[in-house]
Write a protein of this length. Structure first.
Lengths: 293, 370, 297
């Protein structure tokens, strides 16, 4: 979204252009489809869905499924709705995002401005850690959380997300600080500023954009995580994604599709809101994780 | 012992030595310029004086205090960077006083010092602006202000003018020179621009390949370059280096050079110590401005030689006219007055001021005469 | 002059601070990532079942694993899934990027629409697609009520086709991201080269085939690496969409590992499967990261 459209040299004929627009709009409809299905079906009575009206706008508008999904749907054994799990997610996400971003900023600062022998190797090891299939750490992590007395707790989950998030936050800050003029650091050193003073007074005031990227990326990733939540959470510390899955996969009773859709939207809401408000930064984070800085 | 001593100092990255046994002693109030092509080690040396790079071996002393391992902020130095390195998030005023703040100077004193410096550099009206709002020249002044306010023992300049456009560069050059004259501070200045080096310095260290090639006053460097590198690096257009053979005539050594048509011309040296080179090949160094038309020859010179050679190209440049020709198989440039009547293809009578000529050993490339 | 050595305690402290600051992260990384990897790999050579146990059994878990039809099915599914997923995502991504690069009005609206699925959890995506593709209430049922009685679309319940619904949902989720990668690549191409090619008389088709697409090689490489890494890690989507079923029709190595380790109490075999996943990803990621870090120096 930040990419400014430039003066393209390519010219296309009228028919081609129309065709291009048709294809682009069809794909837009394809991408919107699941969101449409979720939204319209979350505000209609169950009978309208089972009666073959999934694609129709609601005939009878109701917010009942939303209330039910939030506060009274059966999740596991308790009819609590998703709300307690929503707060579990918040309690897990906030510290995990904050800690991993701070550590990432400090790491990026050290790795670019206080370089030492083997720093690239250390960074490479951190970076590779982002891409490992997390199945490989599930078993020892479960043991470790048990040893630390954090098994089944929100703090334990937050710790897991910090550990496996540092690689990405370090990557962001490292790439950002790499193009930050080193002469500024040297000038500050000559002026007598120490390690933390330089970080705090010189680097941090210019780090706004990348901090936003890091926070948004971590927030989205951690909020959307399922594997760690399903593996390490206790019954009362499950995050939103795990609870939603339990709600949808429950094999007993009537399948209340409208409640499932409302629940899905509730689970998607925070990250979707972030995307709408700060999509630019989200895309930057995505790109930084793939193409060159 | 000098004010700033660089004593047998070496810098190596791993097993690669980039600076070899540098020995320079700078007196108080001197303006030393380190000049050389990129990669010659001049910036590394400056950074070592600043404490931004470690010293591999040898010693650097300021006022007889050993500086090896001393933190940059404790050396009482100030530095002006190529990019100016102004803190983008602070105002001009905050930029100037940041160093004092870090050294715990109380606020009223900081303010006072800031205003004095701002007045000196005429940037008082800029104090509340951010660096991003300043022009290149203004940033340059702020960067100097930040250095001045600390009242350091030694000022370090790292190619401070290279980001300015040509006109501003000349203005700021004059300004820096004035500042040095008025304040009498000790300055070490790095540049790749030989004109800056000549105009600003009291002494120049010409560097190449991690070695100091020659250390001397601008005049010494220009008139008696220690080797071919210094001869061709300093001066624009560069000194002509012409293959020649030494002949003796009436006990006076002569440089025999071939003209455009392979006929020979003999140019007598003013120095006699080339007798040992009789019959051997040398390289003759002649500055462009010492090859002129007969009328333009230096009247104070006691040794003007003449030769006739064909003009290949003339390039009028306003104040001068550059004339190129073939000598000893090389392109040679003469710098004439703009009113000299010359045209391409003409066989022209040149006057060569051989008093200023130098000779180099073609093997070692070191100067052998004068 | 000897006093300068200790007078500068602060300088030496300053030299240590950066390393001290980095050390918690390094420690965490060494223990939680590389230590754990070694531990898991070690477990894959033991007789661990419900709990880690340290009886050395050599390669037994691996030979058992390769004889399991369940594992074979997961690998076959992985092959189909990864192949289609990478090819389709890349094609759609490249196509959309090229189309969007034609000075399209409304680009600012379309781009976020193509990309928003990346912000959603796979569990959410899986839920939406699960019910939309469900023949009982979803697309098939809708078509029936709209009067197309003979319409049949029950892939999600069909052993032979269920894996393709996973491909569909996964492509929906990530193709927009691939589009963004290609678009960034396209925008990075020097316009003067295109103008020169047009002066040389290249048609639009040739312009793309001969000049532009060859210049997108880095974007292709990144897309391939990212997509294959995502494919191997696919777990949540399958859990939410099909639960691995019907039968084992959509089991992937990630779901295999999870169920063998945590529900079937065959930790040794689970660890062996995780080790194989890690090896596969390492084979793709390490050369890529190595070359990226090289270039950046």
């Amino acid at each position: 979204m930040s990419v400014a459209s430039q003066d393209t040299a390519i010219r296309t004929g009228r028919v081609t252009r129309t065709l291009i627009y048709v294809v682009l709009i069809l794909f837009a409809l394809f991408y919107m489809l699941p969101l449409y299905v979720m939204v319209v079906n979350s505000v209609k009575p169950l009978s309208e869905i089972t009666g073959g009206g999934m694609m129709n706008l609601p005939r009878e508008f109701t917010l009942e499924p939303w209330f039910k999904a939030w506060s009274s749907a059966q999740i596991g054994v308790e009819p609590t709705g998703l709300s307690p799990y929503f707060w579990n997610s918040i309690k897990m996400v906030v510290p995990a995002v904050a800690i991993s971003t701070v550590l990432g900023a400090l790491n990026g600062y050290v790795l670019t401005k206080w370089r030492f022998k083997y720093d690239t190797i250390i960074f490479g090891l951190m970076l590779f850690a982002c891409f490992i299939p997390f199945q490989i750490v599930l078993i020892p992590m479960a043991r470790m959380l048990g040893l630390m007395g954090l098994a089944g707790t929100t703090w334990g989950l937050a710790l897991v997300h910090v550990v496996y998030g540092i690689g990405f936050t370090t990557l962001y800050f490292r790439n950002y600080y790499a193009v930050f003029p080193t002469e500024l650091i040297r000038a500050a050193q000559i002026d007598g500023a120490g390690f933390f003073q330089i970080f705090w007074r010189i680097l941090l005031p210019s780090s706004g954009p990348i901090a936003v990227v890091s926070i948004i990326w971590q927030f989205t990733n951690i909020w959307n995580d399922f594997l760690f939540g399903a593996s390490f959470a206790g019954a009362d510390s499950q995050p939103m994604t795990v609870a939603l899955n339990n709600l949808v996969q429950a094999s007993h009773g009537v399948k209340e599709y409208n409640v499932h859709f409302a629940g899905a939207i509730l689970a998607a809401m925070p990250t979707l809101l972030v995307y709408i408000v700060a999509g630019r930064y989200f895309v930057r984070g995505l790109m930084a994780g793939s193409v060159k800085g | 012992m000098g004010f700033l001593d660089i004593d047998n100092t070496t810098k190596a990255y791993g097993s690669v030595e980039v600076l070899h046994n540098v020995d320079i002693s700078v007196q108080e109030g001197e303006f030393l310029v380190l000049v050389g092509p990129s990669g010659c080690g001049k910036s590394t040396l400056l950074n070592m004086i600043a404490g931004l790079e470690e010293i591999t071996s040898g010693e650097i002393r300021i006022k007889d205090q050993i500086m090896n391992g001393v933190h940059p902020s404790k050396r009482n130095i100030a530095m002006v960077f190529q990019s100016y390195a102004l803190y983008p998030n602070m105002t001009v005023g905050q930029n100037i006083t940041f160093g004092l703040e870090m050294h715990g100077t109380p606020k009223p004193e900081r303010e006072k010092a800031m205003h004095e410096v701002a007045k000196l550099l005429q940037i008082e009206q800029l104090l509340d602006r951010k660096p991003g709002q300043l022009s290149g020249g203004q940033r340059q002044r702020v960067a100097m202000g930040r250095a001045l306010v600390r009242n350091p023992d030694v000022f370090l300049f790292d190619e401070p003018l290279s980001n300015l456009d040509a006109k501003l560069r000349v203005d700021m050059r004059t300004e820096i020179k004035k500042l040095h004259q008025n304040l009498g501070t000790t300055i070490v200045y790095v540049t790749h621009d030989q004109i800056e080096a000549m105009t600003l310095s009291t002494r120049i260290a010409v560097m190449n390949g991690g070695y100091v090639q020659q250390l001397g006053t601008p005049q010494e460097i220009y008139d008696s370059p220690a080797n071919i590198f210094v001869a061709t690096f300093m001066g624009s257009p560069a000194m002509n280096v012409i293959p020649a053979t030494v002949r003796m005539q009436n006990g006076v050594p002569q440089a025999e050079i071939s003209l455009h048509d392979d006929s020979k011309s003999l140019l007598p040296f003013s120095q006699a110590n080339l007798a040992a080179w009789k019959g051997k090949d040398i390289l003759l160094g002649i500055r462009p401005e010492t090859i002129t038309d007969i009328d333009g020859a230096d009247r104070k010179s006691s040794n003007i030689a003449q030769m006739t050679n064909r003009i290949v190209v003339t390039e009028p440049a306003g104040s001068d006219t550059f004339v190129s020709m073939q000598l000893g198989g090389k392109d040679v440039i003469a710098r004439m007055r703009s009113d000299a009547e010359v045209r391409a293809g003409q066989d022209f009578e040149f006057a060569v001021n051989m008093e200023k000529a130098v000779a180099f050993d073609p093997q070692s490339e070191d100067r052998i005469a004068p | 002059m000897a006093h300068t050595a200790d007078a500068d305690f602060k300088t030496r402290l300053q030299n240590w601070i950066p390393k001290l600051v980095l050390s918690p992260s390094i420690a965490m990384m060494l223990v939680f990532v590389y230590g754990f990897i070694l531990f898991s790999v070690y477990l894959s050579f033991t007789d661990s079942r419900l709990l880690p146990s340290y009886g050395w059994v050599g390669l037994e878990n691996y030979s058992k694993l390769w004889r399991l039809s369940h594992w074979e099915v997961s690998l076959k599914n992985m092959g189909i899934f990864a192949g289609l997923y990478i090819v389709i995502c890349t094609s759609i991504g490249l196509g959309l990027a090229i189309f969007l690069d034609q000075k399209i009005r409304g680009e600012g609206l379309l781009r976020p629409i193509y990309l928003y699925p990346m912000a959603l959890s796979f569990i959410v995506t899986g839920t939406a697609w699960k019910w939309f593709l469900d023949p009982g209430i979803g697309l098939e049922n809708v078509m029936h009520t709209w009067g197309w009685e003979s319409f049949e679309f029950n892939w999600i319940k069909d052993r032979n086709f269920a894996i393709y619904t996973v491909v569909l949902a996964a492509v929906w989720q990530t193709s927009g991201f691939v589009m963004a990668m290609f678009l960034a690549g396209l925008r990075g191409i020097d316009n003067e080269i295109l103008k020169a090619a047009q002066m040389d008389g290249a048609s639009n088709w040739n312009l793309y085939r001969r000049i532009i697409i060859p210049q997108l090689r880095p974007a292709f490489l990144s897309a391939f690496v990212i997509l294959s890494h995502l494919a191997i890690k696919t777990f949540d989507l399958v859990i939410a969409l099909t639960g691995g079923g019907p039968g084992r029709a959509t089991e992937l190595p990630a779901t295999f590992m999870y169920s063998y380790t945590f529900t079937r109490n065959q930790m040794g075999i689970g660890a062996a499967s995780a080790t194989i996943m890690l090896m596969t990803i390492a084979a793709i990621m390490i050369p890529y990261l190595y070359s990226e870090l090289r270039e950046k120096r």
